[in-house]
Structure formats: structure tokens, C-alpha cells
Design a protein around this ligand. Sequence first.
Ligand SMILES: Cc1cc2nc3c(=O)[nH]c(=O)nc-3n(C[C@H](O)[C@H](O)[C@H](O)COP(=O)(O)OP(=O)(O)OC[C@H]3O[C@@H](n4cnc5c(N)ncnc54)[C@H](O)[C@@H]3O)c2cc1C
Length: 489
Amino acid sequence: MTSMKDVYDLIILGSGSTAFAAAIRAKELGKTAVMTEVRTLGGTCVSRGCLPSKNLIEAARLVYDAAHPRYPGLTPAHLGVDFPALVAQKDEIIHEYRDQHYASIVDETDEQDPNPIQVVPGRAVLVDPHTVEVTTSDGSLRRLTGNQLLIATGSAPLIPDIPGLANTPYLTSDLLTSQEDMELTALPRSLIVIGGGYIALELGQMFSRFGTEVTILERSERILKDYEPEISLALIDILREEGIHILTHTRVRQISGKADEVRVIAEVRGQQRHLQAAKLLVATRRQPNTSDIGLERAGVRLDAQGAVIVDAYLRTNVPHIWAAGDVIGSEMESQMATPVGAHNGGIAASNALAGTHRPVDHTVIPRTIFTDPQVAVVGLTDEEANARGIPCQCNTIPLSAVPRAGAIRNTRGVIKMVLERPTRRVVGVSMLGVNAGEVIHEAAMALRFGATADDFIDLIHVYPTMAEALKIVAISFDKDYTKLSCCAT
Ligand SMILES: Cc1cc2nc3c(=O)[nH]c(=O)nc-3n(C[C@H](O)[C@H](O)[C@H](O)COP(=O)(O)OP(=O)(O)OC[C@H]3O[C@@H](n4cnc5c(N)ncnc54)[C@H](O)[C@@H]3O)c2cc1C
């Protein structure tokens, strides 16, 4: 066993998008920073989250759209699915992206550089408030001393306590990974998914479109239970129409089976059901990676969900220790998403190293679920606005009211707008529809600058675009939106 001692301005636990943003900011500030990484450089997003999922989801959409052309006059076509080849191209994309956006930024070889961005591979544990010990895969030990510390260890799938699960082989979203043995390289003929959140729905629809028989089990009354009910009810209809089995109000009681055959006993609306599939995917929730990293040795406090408690400056209760990204869960109304972590990683580093005293602002975080059609939201739901005592009014319209949706024969979905009364300030927008993930940025910018429904109405929108959905739903508060001529307000 070897031991070395290094001293840095900032030690960062993790090397995901949050950590990289912090390391880059530290370098810009002329400070020395080091990241640590127990798995693959770049963290969840690039290796087993956003990038691989969006790559394969798009391939699945091509397969589905070819088989289900929306236009009379186009003959359905069957695209063959070579799943191992799709996985291989996905891995290639991951490696290229990781090299370009992560590995190439790390440079420990330039001797002229006084503060290169560095990574120490291995499991990092705090041994005291200023010291991190990293155990590498060959068992060697490296001790890092930091003036400031940033916890950016991200999150991992939360495995529910279900009888029999621990003795049954199951998949998690880690199936998307590369270079790690959890990667799924063969297409299962059938799949049971536990969970009805965004990962369950994105991956469930993807597998179904590749040809797997998919059954989704959701504990609550509806999927996406924290979203507007109009959105989740419309989405469940769309997914069921595609042939995905979705059982809501379902409690999984017992799981058993082996690598290629899993059995589930569940109570569905009070009735016991026996289900069987080739594979099981557990996609319930994600939990912050805060156990086994020695936070207790520094006295860093966690909330009931195990997330690191931070203030508006991303400072923990220990003045020189900061936290950002998935590891802070929903503290300060944060969300587990890559751009949130990347944004906040930079802020945490500036606050830690340059005393900028900049608070985070999580009031406007646009978010997309990459089902087809997409779900995109920003701001408050009707229920959230009411819970905050904001007097509000809401309208929901079907996307069949949007000229572009009709023109391209894709009218699936709805849009809902929440206005504060009597100011008509827009406090929330939720959309289910084609390109919703792009459209939501107009709404996000509007929320950022306190726009009213009238601002959406007065803005000339490109015709015909899906963004007109925002203008039409705004008009619907005052007029019968079904009686509008083209582009009229
Ligand atoms: C299937 C899936 C799809 C997703 N899709 C999207 C999407 O489309 N858009 C979006 O915005 N977000 C998406 N996300 C969420 C997104 O991936 C995360 O919010 C984001 O990666 C969090 O970044 P982070 O830097 O906080 O943590 P991470 O990227 O998880 O990085 C933390 C790193 O710390 C390392 N680590 C943990 N403990 C230690 C330790 N003790 N020592 C050393 N290293 C350690 C981990 O190995 C990890 O690499 C998705 C997630 C999943 C799982």
C-alpha cells in the first residue's frame, strides 16, 4: 500500500457534470482543484443517463414511426432491430462524447499549467473535515487535503424493500451503461418495470418500440404523479394505445425468479395478480450518494431523504464544505437534472473559492421527459400554486387546436397554463406534445422575466410551429380558442 499527500484549494468528490463545472470554474479562478471518481469519468449523464437513453430512444422512435406512418399514402415499413449493434453504436457515441467533453478537459501532463484539471480515480471518503482518502482499484491509498470541499457524488437507483427482490436478478437504469457489467446487450422478449416516473416511462416505451412486451407497475393512482393530471392521463392513454401495459394503484408484494424469468405477485386495485416476464427493471426513485463517504466525520448534515442539506449558497452546515448536483436532492427546491448540477457546480466553486456569495435560484427550471410525445414543464402546477397560496386560474387545451399539430397529423397531447390572478402573470406551463422539450424554453424565459398571458398573445409566433401552443392556450383564457382563424389573436 502506498500513501501520498496532496494539498488543493478545492477537493471535489465525484466527476460528473456538477464536478466538472466546479473544476473548470476553479481553474478559471486560478485555483487548484482535484476531482475523485469511483466509476467512470463524467458521471451518470454521459455514461448511463441522459446521453445513452436519448440515443436509444431516438432509434426506437425511428422503428415505431416507420411501422406507424401517420400519413395515408405511406406504407408501413418494418425496420429490423439488431439490439447488440444498437448498443455498440450507443457505446461508441458515449466514448466519443466522454473523450470530447470530459477526458480532454482533464490534463495532468502540461507542466507549464499551474492548475491543471485533475482526477484521482478511486473511492473517496472523508477522514476528517479537510482530508479525503481515495482508495484506488489496486488498493493503493491517496490522501488529499483541501482548503474547501465540494460534495458532488450524484445519486443512484433507490432499490425498494420488496420481499424476494434481493434474491432475484434485476436491472436498473444502469443497464444503459458502457464499460460496466450491468450493461444490457440483449433485447428481452418481455419486461416488467416497477415505477411510473420519467425513467420508467422513457425506457418502458423505448423497449416496447424495439419489440419487448412491457408492463409498467405504478403504485399511485396515476403515472407521473407530481405532474399535472391532464398530462399524465393523456400520456397513459397514448402509451396504452401503443401496446404498453400500465397497471396503476399496484403494490408489488413478492418477487422471485432467475436471470431470464422473473415472477411478480402484485395487488392491482385490491386484486392479486401473478405476472411474469423475461426481465425486471427497477426504476422507482433515485437516492443521493451520501452513505459511506464519511460525511459524519466532518459533521455534514443530511435531510430525511439522505440528501446533503445546503443553504442558498450551496454551503453545508460545515462552512468550508459545499454540495451541488443530484446529491442535494430537492434541497433549496433543486431538481436532479444535469443542467441544474452543472449550473450549480460553477456557483458552488465561485462561492467557495472567490467568496462571491451568489445564491442559487431554482424558481425556473424547465424539464423534459423524453417519451414520444415529450412532456415538458416549467414553474408551478395548479396544485403547487394553490399550496403556495397563489390565487390562480388554469386552462388546458388539446394540441389539436395547434395548426402545426394538425398539419403534420400529430395532434396527440395537451398544454396547460397556470396564471396568477389578477395579474395574469404566468406561473406554470405543462405540455405533452411533439417538440414540447423545445417549446418549453419560450415559457421558461417568460417565467424568468415575469411575463403575463398577454405577452404570449402579443408575441408574433412563427407559423406553423408547436410554440404557437403557448399563444393559443394564453388566448383561451379570454376567447373560444376553437373559433380562431389562422394566426389570429
Ligand atoms: C436513465 C437516466 C436518464 C437521465 N436523463 C436525463 C436527461 O435527459 N436530462 C437531464 O438533465 N438529466 C437526466 N438524468 C439525470 C442526470 O443524469 C443527473 O441529474 C446528473 O448526471 C447528475 O450529475 P451529478 O454530477 O450531480 O452526479 P453524477 O453524474 O452521478 O456524478 C457523480 C459521480 O460521483 C461518483 N462518486 C460517487 N461516490 C463517490 C465516491 N465515494 N468517491 C468517488 N466518486 C464517487 C459517481 O461514480 C459519479 O460518477 C438522467 C438520469 C438517468 C439515470
